[in-house]
Design a protein around this ligand. Structure first.
Ligand SMILES: Cc1cc2nc3c(=O)[nH]c(=O)nc-3n(C[C@H](O)[C@H](O)[C@H](O)COP(=O)(O)O)c2cc1C
Length: 313
């Protein structure tokens, strides 16, 4: 089965992707966190560093663009094509206040007339250049019923894949996904459809498939793969069991790679603590150690807790 790693801004950058791909694998596509092209600059040097093929060896990477201006999308797509990318994802789901206030991400969804003009332009570019464009969307901004019109709009374009996170903007990433609207998508969307949202276990995936009466494939997973890096293995049918040595290698690789490119300690620890907030579910018996770890300010203190309490040899 095909598993796509969801983009998580601040987490799934190139260092994370490389470590995950080498140590766990089983990911068919990694979606890069969004880039937000502007008037003067289709890609910042930092965004270029994250996307350059040199930093993404052996990874099937799909760059993602967040904008409501077709000329900015196309300029960025041209730059990305120069470095070898022939598939690009459009972000129509970001719920952040600052993003939506600018009419981008989920904030673009209610502007259906402008959205259609935008899609006319980018799909004209896509057809002329042979670049595939997929879309990652929510059901709507204010209400999930917006999805009825949105599905019809998307059906008017050669969308290479439509990834649906069945929530509305105000749901952010919480509450039950609105599955009945994904069921609607399964019936009415013409292009290949990808489910995204709250897949955390094999059992959860099986129940989700049963509720739709179909095997969901591909699926996109974000938080579930961070909390359980073996989830892709499990969904693919190999019962990997727990594997502390592999997890330690994953941790150490991330920690050392972040140390190489970041300083002072607090910046490295910020990255690692964000990961531990997901990994905590694997260490339920160590909740006090994790609490302490989340308060550390120096690498030495962090290492002391990690290697004496959490990742024992
Ligand atoms: C911290 C964080 C950062 C995210 N960054 C992005 C992003 O850059 N682009 C995007 O399309 N979605 C982004 N998302 C949404 C995820 O890709 C995904 O749709 C969401 O987490 C639901 O899937 P999951 O339950 O499998 O994690 C982000 C989510 C989180 C929690």
């Amino acid at each position: 089965m095909n598993i796509y790693f969801a983009p998580l801004e601040g987490i799934t950058g190139y260092i994370f992707r490389n470590a995950f791909n080498e140590i766990y694998g089983h990911i068919d596509k990694f979606f890069a966190p969004f880039i937000s092209p502007s008037e003067k600059c289709p890609l910042t040097p930092r965004e270029m560093k994250d996307l350059t093929p040199e930093n993404n060896h052996g990874i099937n990477l799909i760059p993602q663009i967040l904008t409501c201006r077709s000329e900015h999308f196309i300029e960025a797509a041209i730059e990305l094509k120069k470095i070898g990318y022939n598939e690009i994802n459009l972000n129509l789901g970001c719920p952040s206040g600052t993003v939506c206030a600018k009419g981008k991400g989920a904030g673009f969804l209610p502007q259906t007339t402008d959205l259609q003009k935008f899609l006319d332009d980018i799909y004209a570019y896509s057809e002329s250049e042979g670049t595939k464009i997929s879309i990652k969307t929510r059901l709507g901004y204010y209400s999930p019923e917006e999805f009825y019109d949105l599905a019809e709009i998307f059906n008017g374009y050669p969308v290479s894949e439509l990834i649906v996170h069945p929530r509305i903007r105000g749901d952010f990433y919480k509450g039950e996904p609105r599955k009945e609207f994904f069921a609607y998508a399964l019936e009415h969307v013409k292009c290949p459809l990808v489910y995204n949202g709250d897949i955390r276990t094999l059992k959860g995936y099986d129940e989700l498939c049963a509720s739709f009466n179909t095997k969901l494939d591909p699926v996109m997973i974000g938080r579930g793969l961070i909390s359980d890096p073996l989830l892709a293995d499990k969904l693919g049918g190999s019962d990997a069991g727990s594997d502390p040595e592999r997890f330690r290698l994953f941790h150490d690789t991330l920690y050392h790679e972040y140390q190489k490119v970041m300083s002072p300690d607090i910046n490295v620890l910020y990255k690692m603590k964000e990961l531990w907030s997901y990994w905590a579910v694997m260490f339920e018996d160590n909740s006090r150690d994790i609490k302490k770890l989340l308060k550390t300010k120096k690498c030495a203190e962090y290492e002391d807790i990690v290697y004496s309490k959490l990742l024992l040899k």
